[in-house]
Design a protein around this ligand. Structure first.
Ligand SMILES: *[C@@H]1O[C@H](CO)[C@@H](O)[C@H](O)[C@H]1NC(C)=O
Ligand SMILES: *[C@@H]1O[C@H](CO)[C@@H](O)[C@H](O)[C@H]1NC(C)=O
Ligand SMILES: *[C@@H]1O[C@H](CO)[C@@H](O)[C@H](O)[C@H]1NC(C)=O
Ligand SMILES: [Zn+2]
Length: 370
């Protein structure tokens, strides 16, 4: 086991070059069939009525209302009780909105991180998994099950599933004296549960993305300690993987960006392999991720407006997991509730995103004999 670790992390670029080649030197590696088989989802976690990860989020979660506070408590208490070693911070802001007059509406982004224990501030690079937990103000009582209660619950699942593997990986590296200093060794994960994605009245540049705009602006200008590998928290994002509008049957998620198409292909391969191994439950007419073979000339410039915008405009590589078309008859209607979810599809996404995250972190290093 140790030998394998050393062999695969042995040849790395110099630190100076890393800053310009972050994507190129991630250690993305396919998981074996046996490891894929071990990636399971507990049905109770995604039950729409009782407890678990999802049900507490299936309420209106409009910023500045009690539902927002309940959602925050669910997310924070998950990490407090189940993953107490993850570093939890809030990034808060306020803004006026076109629906609320001069009142300052509060927005709070939850940031949950785990990185190798040897990393100093400004040293770790983070696979950044993102969803928004707020819900739209109108129509009254709107739940936003796909938008984005399910994506948030999926990210909680991913964090809990990978936690022990990450700890084992770090322990083994410490035992080997592999104390970091390269991008593949200094990989961490951060989960961003963002607030205020939705417009209060109608989508404009200022009535939308309240939490994401505040966070991206703050992270661009917060300076890490002098001599850090990454100057700002924004630069520490190795990839911004944004989940949105997931949970209904038969989604098709295009590959939006050529620069991250390789990561899309990685996730599409995970889906295909898990399907072929009989590990997924849903039976869609086509893959969730059908564009693995998309040609380079077929990438348009038109993406979908979402929480990645303040980040991608600042140069952050983005993988956007949002179906096109949006869930028909569901999106921004009262039908976007627990009853209209397809539980098999929800659990399949949880497995796929978990496996992708483990491939990103090169978890096969833990199973050298395979
Ligand atoms: C799969 O899970 C079982 C039970 O937790 C564990 O004993 C085994 O080592 C795992 N195998 C792989 C390849 O992950
Ligand atoms: C958690 O993260 C914050 C923000 O990066 C940092 O200031 C703080 O020291 C960290 N806390 C721990 C316990 O590592
Ligand atoms: C930020 O908002 C969260 C959630 O509302 C709250 O728990 C926390 O105390 C706030 N932090 C600060 C510094 O105001
Ligand atoms: Zn929405």
């Amino acid at each position: 086991m140790p030998r394998q670790l050393a062999a695969s992390w042995g040849h790395v670029l110099s630190l100076l070059a890393l800053q310009f080649l972050v994507v190129a030197v991630t250690a993305y590696g396919a998981l074996s069939d046996d490891v894929l088989r071990n990636i399971t989802v507990n049905e109770a976690d995604f039950d729409i009525h009782n407890g678990g990860l999802l049900a507490p989020l299936l309420i209106p979660r409009v910023p500045g209302t009690p539902g927002q506070a309940k959602a925050q408590e669910h997310l924070a208490s998950f990490f407090r009780t189940q993953l107490p070693k993850w570093n939890i911070t809030w990034q808060n802001s306020t803004a006026t909105t076109p629906a609320t007059g001069t009142k300052q509406v509060p927005f709070a982004n939850l940031i949950a991180r785990k990185e190798p224990p040897w990393t100093k501030p400004g040293q770790a690079n983070y696979l950044t998994l993102v969803a928004h937990y707020d819900s739209k103000m109108k129509p009254d009582g709107f739940i936003g099950a796909t938008d984005s209660a399910v994506p948030c619950a999926i990210l909680l699942h991913v964090a809990r599933f990978i936690d022990e593997y990450m700890t084992r990986m770090h322990d083994e590296m410490i035992a080997l004296g592999e104390l970091g200093g390269t991008v593949p060794m200094d990989m961490g994960v951060q989960i961003l549960l963002l607030d205020g994605e939705e417009a209060f009245v109608a989508w404009t540049a200022t009535d939308s993305l309240y939490g994401a705009r505040s966070l991206a602006a703050e992270w661009e200008t917060s300076m890490n300690p002098a001599m850090s590998i990454y100057k700002t928290p924004l630069e520490q994002i190795s990839m911004f993987v944004l989940l949105d509008l997931l949970g209904t049957a038969g989604p098709t998620v295009p590959s939006y960006f050529q620069t991250t198409h390789w990561a899309y292909q990685g996730m599409a391969s995970v889906e295909k392999r898990m399907r072929n191994l009989g590990l997924l439950e849903s039976t869609p007419a086509q893959s969730f991720l059908p564009e693995a073979d998309k040609g380079p000339n077929l990438f348009g410039s038109a993406g979908v407006q979402d929480d990645h915008i303040p980040f991608i405009t600042r140069g952050v590589p983005t993988l956007h997991l949002i179906p096109s078309p949006f869930p028909v008859g569901i999106w921004h209607t009262m039908n976007d509730d627990g009853a209209h979810l397809d539980p098999a599809t929800v659990r399949d996404w949880a497995k796929i995103v978990t496996a992708f995250t483990m491939e990103w972190l090169d978890m096969m290093e833990l199973f050298p004999e395979q």
